[in-house]
Design a protein around this ligand. Structure first.
Ligand SMILES: [Zn+2]
Ligand SMILES: [Zn+2]
Length: 255
């Protein structure tokens, strides 16, 4: 079986959630992690995890919503984290892509949530966009609080990929690995130890080949698996087993 380790089935793009969940199961995707990015959306992730047996949730405040981080939000996250199928804090991190970001606010929300996850003894899901040096520095200076960690939707240089692996983190691989235009990412995946790779769709975004131009969904994680298996020189079945075990080590659950 495959695991989609990072999805947003809590996104308004999905008004047909039953069919989406059925298609994932039919494609051999035995578990789907639904990641929160703000408080209401984290609540929705938890509700979905309650409703469907193959869905799990993470809860957290994304850097783009760092202005909503405060003590009250922290309290709410702690409450949500006690739900049995909440398996990580995330997605959290830094995102310097859009012009109007507030660095100080993002860093404060990120660091506080790393520490919260540490206190709760929970894994973290990292989102880092155009911010790798700062993201990594904050992770390193809070290393005591980092129990288990995935660098979701990895993008960066081959050298930075090595830093991430040497730090003991997992690397999330998404649809872009299936694009012709991504030789660098293919090389990174080829060179990264197979026991650190986890597969994710980040749906509804980043739709893999051959569905580009359409809404993404967890069933399509199989297309990512096929490309990664090819790059690693293993069968798809082997890759399924290995990446599922990796996902279980990352999230410290038995899917
Ligand atoms: Zn993200
Ligand atoms: Zn995401």
């Amino acid at each position: 079986m495959l695991v989609d380790t990072h999805s947003h089935l809590n996104d308004p793009a999905y008004d047909d959630i039953e069919e989406i969940v059925e298609r994932a199961e039919a494609a051999g995707v035995g578990a789907v992690v639904v990641c929160g990015y703000d408080l209401p959306n984290s609540v929705k992730a938890v509700e979905l995890a309650r409703r469907f047996k193959n869905l799990y949730a993470t809860v957290g405040i994304h850097p783009s919503d760092a202005d909503t981080w405060n003590d009250k939000a922290a309290e709410e996250l702690v409450k949500l984290s006690r739900e049995p199928k909440v398996i990580a804090i995330g997605e959290i991190g830094l995102d310097y892509h859009y012009d109007n970001y507030n660095k100080a606010e993002q860093k404060a929300a990120f660091e506080a949530q790393i520490r919260l996850a540490g206190a709760l003894d929970m894994p973290i899901v990292i989102h880092s966009r155009e911010a790798n040096p700062d993201t990594f520095a904050i992770l390193k200076s809070n290393a005591n609080y980092v129990k288990s960690c995935v660098y979701h939707c990895f993008s960066g240089s081959p050298d930075f990929a090595k830093d991430v692996i040497n730090a003991g983190y997992f690397m999330g691989v998404d649809g872009p690995v299936t694009f012709k235009s991504s030789p660098k990412l293919k090389r990174i995946v080829t060179e990264t130890p197979i026991d650190r790779l986890v597969l994710e769709t980040d749906c509804p975004y980043l739709t893999p080949v051959p569905h580009r131009g359409h809404r993404n969904e967890p069933a399509y994680v199989r297309h990512i698996a096929e490309v990664v298996a090819d790059l690693k020189g293993v069968s798809v079945e082997e890759l399924e087993d290995i990446t599922t075990r990796n996902a279980e080590r990352l999230y410290r659950v038995h899917f």
